[in-house]
Design a protein around this ligand. Structure first.
Ligand code: SF4
Ligand code: SF4
Length: 389
């Protein structure tokens, strides 16, 4: 049995109860690769394909190009599009499809055509021996995207899950929720009466429990588990039923450095600094740092030139603490906590990366280290330049 750990959290950090929609940026900046042919077309429509893998999130005018930053800290070349606020779509909205009547192969084709390759890949993998899991668990502290999405769209999500269950002919369908997520538990219990083939399964607030293989081991499932998040099921609905592209992203803005933690929805390509200027309150006197995509697994960075991309999950604004890295005191905590039996201390002491291939970059060793050593970076083979958690 794996070792599970409950992370200590600051329960004074509370999210606003509604998703904030930031839907009218003046400009969006759409990443295009340098090899893409220069677009001479000036006017674009919403969801118009700009290159093979990029659609416009707004209707408006291409005004030039600019370098922006993605959530991984990479500078990316982007087209600047001036929003005309008309939301004129490239495709006329087709009649809504009855999802139950669409063959599974068509789901996969539609998802691939709409650039949702990961979801299409998962659908291809499912077979009659698979366990289908709706995963409403967020592992990272203070991140709650899927929890909010499930709460807001429970009916749609259950309906798509039921259709998937029928189409994929899986052996079992589970909905996994943390046992401290009262609102989703109540909402799901209320609605599951009509979906008798689905089982609501509660898990403790353990770090990593939302990940395969931790989840399958916790429930002792031997069959292959295919996990879908609430947002992935909504995407299936949007793409297959409505033929829409994903042009909005939902992410958490939270942390002890802001006054109003919240879940945000914004268009791909929106400048994060615009969102912060309009919606996020940081006390003037505060010195804060920004952590992207999770305290445990994410990395620190700056807001300047950062744009919303599909892989943006969270921005945590944390009061700066003086966590000076101290000498290793050989306490062994990092070794005992590792869920995949790596020896982070050996990697740190000797630079021996033999163990590193097993590392899943969960960040637990850095989290428990009393000397504030960023062991995760050593495991990545990177030079240490400061902790993220
Ligand atoms: S980051 Fe890697 S070495 Fe550290 S606890 Fe997680 S898996 Fe183990
Ligand atoms: S947890 Fe930190 S102090 Fe303890 S053995 Fe590991 S590296 Fe050294």
């Amino acid at each position: 049995m794996r070792k599970y750990l409950t992370l200590q959290k600051d329960y004074t950090i509370k999210l606003q109860s509604q998703i904030t929609r930031y839907s009218s940026p003046k400009y969006v900046y759409v990443p295009v690769s340098k090899e893409d042919p220069l677009l001479c077309k000036k006017e674009v429509l919403k969801e118009e394909k700009l290159t093979n893998f990029v659609v416009s999130p707004v209707s408006g005018t291409i005004t030039g190009s600019k370098y922006c930053m993605d959530v991984n800290g990479n500078l990316v070349s982007c087209l600047s599009i001036l929003n005309n606020y008309q939301e004129n779509f490239f495709h006329r909205t087709a009649a809504l499809k009855d999802l139950r009547k669409v063959p599974l192969e068509k789901y996969i084709i539609d998802l691939e055509e709409h650039l949702c390759f990961d979801i299409a890949r998962k659908l291809r993998k499912v077979n009659q021996n698979s366990v289908l899991i709706l995963n409403v668990v967020e592992d990272e502290p203070y991140v709650a995207n899927e929890i909010f999405i499930n709460k807001e769209y429970t009916n749609d999500i259950l309906s798509v899950l039921d259709i998937m269950r029928e189409k994929l002919m899986v052996c079992k369908t589970m909905i996994v929720v943390k046992n401290n997520d009262r609102e989703n538990i109540v909402s799901l219990e209320d609605k599951l009466g009509t979906y008798t083939e689905m089982e609501l399964c509660l898990v403790p607030d353990y770090y990593l429990i939302g990940q395969e293989p931790f989840l399958s081991e916790y429930f002792q499932i031997r069959e292959e588990c295919i996990l879908f998040t609430p947002s992935e099921l909504l995407t299936i609905m949007k793409v297959v039923q409505k033929k829409r592209y994903e042009t909005e992203v939902i992410f958490t803005v939270s942390g002890n450095g802001i006054k109003n933690p919240q879940i945000m929805e914004a268009k791909v390509g929106t400048l994060v600094s615009d969102i912060f200027a309009d919606c996020i309150k940081i006390p003037k006197e505060s010195k804060v740092s920004y952590v992207f995509n999770g305290l445990m697994k994410g990395k620190t960075g700056i807001l300047e030139h950062l744009i919303v991309t599909k892989d943006l999950k969270s921005i945590l604004v944390m009061k700066e603490e003086c966590l000076e890295e101290l000498e290793c005191i050989s306490c062994g905590k990092c070794v005992s906590v590792c869920p995949v039996s790596c020896n982070p201390k050996r990697v740190y002491d000797k630079g021996d990366l033999k163990d590193a291939s097993r590392c899943i970059q969960c960040g637990l060793c850095s989290y428990v280290c009393p000397s504030h050593i960023n062991l995760r970076k050593y495991l990545k083979g990177e030079k240490n330049d400061g902790r993220t958690s």
